[in-house]
Design a protein around this ligand. Structure first.
Ligand code: AMP
Ligand code: MG
Length: 319
């Protein structure tokens, strides 16, 4: 009897140890999938439940947001709005309505520093061209008269957008990646993924706890502007939520010794002139962080920090 008890005890201990070992192995294993969306590299990593189908579905959902917001695709919601005449309600997807509503709120709270109707100016700067040159001041001034989010009337109930003037155009580049990362996270959670990290070109959204760190927090590296990728100035630890960076180094060109970057001050039509090169915002949602990072970059440190406080967000500035 005593022998049987000893054997049973040994078996239980062995089973527990095996369980721990397998648990440990699982915790450290990660599955990763990458796709090129929103003109940038997008990565989804999942831990514990390494579900390839879930990642595929999350990317499908993100690709749908890409399609809705694509400035260059003729059948995107962005193009439908941009090509529409004034005073004609345009039906759009509910994702587009969500983005437009948040963009409108941040536009108001940032006193116009964040403005999706920046499109005529952001396109004029031609950051995607191979050898862009700064546009003429007269051109900027003409197109500046078309900028102002009060020219967009959003009806959330009917899911329509109406422009007050023909020339109003939108550019959702400052919100779409963060919003898409939130949607991808939602899909993964619905598929029972308990732990994961979504990184859409520096727009990070986390799911659950990090099984790879002792304190279960996610470690987010803040890229040193203009240093090689992966060279971090600071590591921010977050339990859950999102972290998004807006940086001059993400898209810019140089002309006659001057650097021109893609974050435009809607008051001037020129790249926002600041004494830092990046702004990172940490908060609950990717879409909110995306809007706030762009807005705060334009606003500057003092008023930017106040806006972050309003949303319970942390903000980091890097030179
Ligand atoms: P982000 O990288 O999120 O800061 O977004 C920058 C992109 O959003 C630019 O490439 C433009 O397409 C657009 N954009 C530039 N300036 C602004 C602004 N002040 N408000 C909203 N969108 C902007
Ligand atoms: Mg942004």
């Amino acid at each position: 009897m005593k022998k049987l008890k000893t054997v049973l005890t040994l078996l239980i201990v062995a089973a527990l140890l095996a369980g721990l070992f397998v648990g440990g192995l699982n915790q450290n294993r990660v599955a990763t999938k990458q796709e090129f969306l929103f003109d940038t590299l997008c990565t989804i990593s999942v831990y514990l439940k390494r579900d390839a189908d879930a990642m595929e579905n999350a990317f499908d959902a993100a690709a749908e947001i890409h399609h809705l917001t694509d400035f260059y695709s003729t059948d995107s919601d962005t193009s439908k709005i941009n090509n529409a005449k004034a005073n004609k309600p345009i039906s759009v997807d509910s994702h587009t309505i969500n983005m437009l509503m948040l963009a409108q709120e941040i536009n108001e709270k940032s006193n116009g520093a964040f403005d999706i109707s920046i499109a005529p100016i952001s396109r004029l700067w031609k950051f995607k061209d191979e050898n862009p040159t700064p546009p003429a001041a007269e051109q900027i001034n003409v197109l500046l008269s078309y900028v102002g989010s009060d020219a967009l009337v959003i009806d959330a109930k009917d899911k329509t957008v109406t422009k007050k003037y023909d020339n109003v155009q939108i550019d959702l580049g400052a919100i779409a990646k963060g919003y898409a990362a939130d949607i991808a996270a939602k899909v993964l959670k619905a598929e029972d993924v308990k732990s994961g990290l979504i990184d859409f070109g520096g727009n990070i959204v986390t799911i659950g706890e990090n099984p790879k760190t002792n304190n279960k927090k996610w470690r987010i590296g803040l890229q040193t502007p203009y240093a090689p990728t992966g060279d971090y100035s600071k590591i921010v630890e977050i339990h859950s939520g999102a972290a998004v960076t807006s940086g001059t180094y993400q898209r810019y060109f140089e002309y006659n010794g001057t650097r021109y970057h893609h974050i435009i001050d809607p008051k001037t039509g020129y790249p926002a002139n600041r004494n830092y090169e990046s702004v990172t915002v940490v908060a609950d949602s990717g879409a909110l962080c995306d809007c706030l990072a762009t807005a705060i970059f334009v606003m500057g440190e003092d008023s930017g920090k106040k806006l972050a406080e309003e949303f319970n967000a942390q903000v980091y500035f890097l030179p």
